[in-house]
Design a protein around this ligand. Structure first.
Ligand code: FAD
Ligand code: NAP
Length: 510
C-alpha cells in the first residue's frame, strides 16, 4: 500500500512509473515525494490531531473516520490517521480510501505486506483497537491454526531435540519428501534461535530462547527421503541441558507462507563491481549464524534506513557469474549473496545502496516468490524473455537448467535493452553460447545507434513468433518473462495470442 518513489524522473509516460505487480503509480504533485513525507513526519507537526496522545479505538469509532480529510485505517490492530499521507501515497488516494474506517490488514497484505508501514506511518498512529479485530491469520492460536491447516495444508510438522556432551541437535520432522537445503532458514543471535521451514506454501517456525549458550557455527543436514531436517548446534560449555529453552513468539506454529512475517538479518557488503554504466554487482556476506539459500527464481527484500525511515525494495539474487560451475543448492555453507542492481540517480533506494562502503550493512529478508524448479521437469525448450534488470531471475535459471535438466535441448534468451551499453554481462552471454551448444542469445535494442545491425524495437508478436521455435512439434516448453510491468504484461498477451498456454508461461513479479 505504501510505496516509496521520488519525483521528477522518469518522464510521466515511463514504465518506471508503474510498480511491478501491475499497480499503477499515480503521478504525485510537486513536493509530495517520499522524502517530502519523511521531512513532514520529522517537522513535529501533529499529524493525528491528538496532540501526541494514543487512544483505544472501538470499531464504532473507527467506522466514523471514513472520509478523505478524516481517514483512519486499522493495520494489525493499530489504527493510523492516514489523511495527512493521502497526497504522498504513490498508489493514490483511491487505494487508501478502499480501507477507510475499517481493518485494512488484508488489503495491505495483498498489495505490499513487505513495506514497513510502522516506520513510515509512526507519526500517524492514533492508538490500538480496543476490541481486537479478527486476528491476522498468522497469529491464530496454535490449536485453531492446526485445525484449519489439517483441512487445507500439509500435515503438521513436529520437532524434537537431542544432546551429547558437546552438541545439541534439533530435528524437524516435516513429513514431506521434497525438502531441500533451501527449504530451511536458520538464524541464531545470542540465545535466540529461529528456524523457518517452508513446506509447500506453508511456513513452520521454531522460535526459542535457548537455555544455554552455543557457538556461532552450526550445520544443517537434510534426510531427503523422510523429510527430516537436523540442525546441529555446538555447546559453548559441556554441560547437560535440562530443556532446550523457552518458546518465543509463534514458536511451533504452521501458517500459510503469505501470513508469516518477513524476517531480516544484517549482511555485510563485501564487494561492489561495475557491470554497466549504471548497474553494479553487489556481494553481501551472510552472518555466520545464518543458514539461508534463496531458491532459484525467488527474490528477497533489502532494507535500509533513510533519514530514520526504513525503506524496503525487492531484489533477485544472482550467481557471481554465468560461467562459474553451478553450486546451489548442493553446498550447505554458502555464505555469499550476489545482486545485480541498477542505480537510478533519482531513485529512493538505489542511490543509498550505491553509497554504502565496503564493510557496511544492509538488512536482507527471507525469500519470496512462486517459481518452482519442478516446472523444469522433462523440459525440452526453455525460452527466456528479459528486459533490463528483468534479466536477474534468468541468471540462476540459466545456470540451473543447463546443469540439472538432462531432457533440455534448447535454451534461448531474448534480451531487450535500450542501447548496447545497457546489456548486462553481454560478453559472458556470448561466451556461454560457445561453451554450451544448447544455449543461444538474441539482443533487441529499442534505442540503438545507427550502426547496430541486430534486432531493434520492442517486444512484438513478430519478434516472438520468429524466436519461439520449438525443437520438435510437441516438445515440452517453458517461457519465462521479466522486466518492466507493461513489458511483461504485453509479452504475456502476445504469448497467449501465439497459442502458448498458461502452464507454458512463467512471469516474474513482486
Ligand atoms: P524508485 O524510487 O522506485 O524510482 C525509480 C525511478 O522512477 C526514479 O527515477 C523515480 O524518480 C521514478 N518514479 C517512480 N515512481 C514515480 C512517481 N510516482 N512519480 C515520479 N517519479 C517516479 N532491480 C534491480 O536492479 N535488480 C534486481 O535484481 C531487481 N529485482 C526485483 C525483483 C522484484 C520482484 C521486483 C518487483 C523488482 C526488482 N527490481 C530489481 C526493482 C527494484 O525493486 C526497485 O524498484 C528499483 O531498484 C528502483 O528502486 P529505487 O528506490 O532506487 O527507485
Ligand atoms: P529499461 O532499461 O528501462 O528497459 C529495458 C527495455 O525494455 C528497453 O528496451 C525498454 O524500451 C523496454 N521497455 C520498457 N517498457 C516497455 C513497454 N511498456 N513495452 C515494451 N518494452 C518496454 O529497464 P530497467 O530500468 O532495467 O527496468 C527493469 C524493470 O524490471 C524494473 O521495472 C524492475 O522492477 C523489473 N524487475 C522485476 C523483477 C521481478 O519482478 N522479479 C526482477 C528484476 C527487475 P524503451 O527504450 O522504450 O524504454
Amino acid at each position: 500500500m505504501l510505496n516509496v518513489p521520488s519525483q521528477s524522473f522518469p518522464a510521466p509516460s515511463s514504465q518506471q512509473r508503474v510498480v511491478a505487480g501491475g499497480r499503477s503509480k499515480v503521478p504525485l504533485k510537486q513536493g509530495r515525494s517520499l522524502m517530502d513525507w519523511i521531512r513532514l513526519t520529522k517537522s513535529g507537526k501533529d499529524l493525528t490531531g491528538l496532540k501526541g496522545r494514543l487512544i483505544e479505538v472501538t470499531e464504532e469509532e473507527l467506522k466514523k473516520h471514513d472520509k478523505k480529510d478524516d481517514c483512519w485505517i486499522c493495520i494489525r490492530g493499530f489504527v493510523y490517521n492516514v489523511s495527512p499521507y493521502m497526497e504522498y501515497h504513490p498508489g493514490g488516494e483511491d487505494e487508501l480510501m478502499r480501507a477507510a474506517g475499517s481493518d485494512g490488514t488484508d488489503l495491505f497484505d495483498q498489495v505490499h505486506r513487505w513495506v514497513n508501514y510502522e516506520s513510515m506511518l509512526k507519526e500517524c498512529l492514533v492508538g490500538r483497537m480496543a476490541v481486537k479485530p479478527a486476528a491476522p491469520k498468522g497469529m491464530l492460536p496454535k490449536s485453531q491454526a492446526t485445525d484449519t491447516l489439517a483441512r487445507e495444508g500439509p500435515s503438521s510438522p513436529s520437532y524434537d531435540w537431542f544432546q551429547t556432551d558437546s552438541l545439541v541437535t534439533i530435528v524437524i520432522y516435516t513429513k514431506q519428501k521434497d525438502i531441500t537445503l533451501d527449504s530451511v532458514i536458520v538464524d541464531h543471535q545470542d540465545d535466540s534461535f529461529r528456524a523457518e521451514t517452508i513446506i509447500k506454501d506453508y511456513s513452520y517456525l521454531i522460535n526459542i530462547e535457548l537455555s544455554h549458550a552455543v557457538q556461532e557455527d552450526f550445520s544443517v543436514r537434510i534426510v531427503e527421503n523422510v523429510g527430516k531436517i537436523e540442525i546441529v548446534l555446538q555447546k559453548k560449555e559441556n554441560t547437560s541441558w535440562k530443556c532446550l529453552g523457552h518458546p518465543l513468539e509463534n514458536h511451533n506454529s504452521l501458517v500459510p507462507k503469505k501470513d508469516a512475517g518477513l524476517f531480516y538479518r544484517q549482511c555485510q557488503l563485501i564487494s561492489k563491481e561495475d557491470v554497466t554504466h549504471d548497474t553494479r554487482l553487489f556481494c553481501f556476506m551472510l552472518p555466520p549464524s545464518t543458514h539461508l539459500q534463496v531458491p532459484i527464481g525467488q527474490h528477497v527484500y533489502l532494507k535500509l534506513t533513510v533519514t530514520d525511515t526504513e525503506i524496503v525494495k525487492p531484489y533477485t539474487p544472482v550467481s557471481d557469474s554465468l560461467l562459474s560451475e553451478f553450486k546451489e543448492p548442493a553446498l550447505p555453507n554458502n555464505k555469499y549473496i550476489y545482486f545485480l542492481i541498477k542505480i537510478y540517480p533519482a531513485g529512493l533506494f538505489t542511490p543509498e545502496l550505491d553509497h554504502l562502503q565496503i564493510g557496511d550493512f544492509v538488512f536482507v529478508s527471507n525469500p519470496e516468490g512462486n517459481f518452482k524448479t519442478s516446472q523444469f521437469q522433462e523440459l525440452e525448450d526453455l525460452f527466456l524473455l528479459a528486459a533490463g534488470t528483468g534479466f536477474t531471475p534468468m541468471v540462476k535459471l540459466l545456470n540451473y537448467a543447463l546443469t540439472n535438466i538432462p531432457s533440455l535441448r534448447k535454451v534461448k534468451l531474448m534480451f531487450f535493452n535500450k542501447t548496447e551499453d545497457d546489456i548486462i554481462w553481454r560478453s559472458q552471454l556470448e561466451e556461454l553460447t560457445f561453451k554450451d551448444k544448447r544455449f543461444d542469445v538474441e539482443f533487441v535494442l529499442s534505442a540503438p545507434i545507427s550502426e547496430w545491425n541486430g534486432k531493434q524495437g520492442h517486444v512484438s508478436p513478430a519478434l516472438l513468433s520468429e524466436f519461439l521455435k520449438r525443437s520438435s512439434d510437441k516438445s515440452k516448453v517453458l517461457i519465462c518473462i521479466c522486466g518492466p510491468t507493461p513489458f511483461t504484461e504485453q509479452g504475456i498477451k502476445f504469448l497467449h495470442e501465439l497459442n502458448f498456454s498458461k502452464d507454458e508461461i512463467h512471469s516474474f513479479t513482486a
